[in-house]
Design a protein around this ligand. Sequence first.
Ligand code: 13P
Length: 245
Amino acid sequence: MKKLLVGNWKMNKNSHEVAEFFKTFNEHFSEKREAWIASQSIHFPIVEELKTSGVKAGLQNCSEHIDGAFTGEVSPRALKDMNGHFVILGHSERRQYFGETSRGLNAKVRTVMNEGLVAVYCVGETLSERENGQTLSIIEDQLHQGLNDQSKANIDNLIIAYEPVWAIGTGKTATPKEAQEVHAYIRSILQTKFPSFGDKTRILYGGSVKPDNIEELLAQKDIDGGLVGGASLKAKDFLALCGDK
Ligand code: 13P
């Protein structure tokens, strides 16, 4: 399976900058690796229109409901209807600033996968949790709560992203060895939870992924790709991550 790079644009770019990005990106993207883009929801239709066909578009969050009286929310069914492919769920910024919990995210993961979208479920420890030696137990809790009772029929639509909170936007990357250790642990939990899928489920690393550290990270056995913030905003950097210099 090809390595996958998911660009999380967070709350960045205006419509002109989105167009500029794809003008450069489309010209050089070779599909050597997979490239997905999670824009702000308001930009989704522009991304969908301007991206080259090899790129998949998605969002950074959505409702756990498919429709109804939920003012201000974005429906995963509406996203699917607009040709959306995936949703990032449980990003640490959503957990930190918007009170999302693994238990609450369980419902979002379920709805997203039921709607035929891919759920990119994020887990990761804070700096103090790492320093206290709690990394693996935090990850285990986040996985159990978020994935508890998910239908095995949908597990093809699940991706896990390991994003140590202390490495996000800080320039500090987990070393490839540190990242691999956690990825292997995530893999072992998935193998137990979903025996026939654990080996296949893609596990992405996120946290200060840059063109100069990507190759070493992707060389690790259980790192299937990257979830990228800052370095996904510039077409040239994201192309480099996709293996297209
Ligand atoms: P950076 O790549 O900017 O560290 O952000 C990582 C991230 O949060 C991706 O979801």
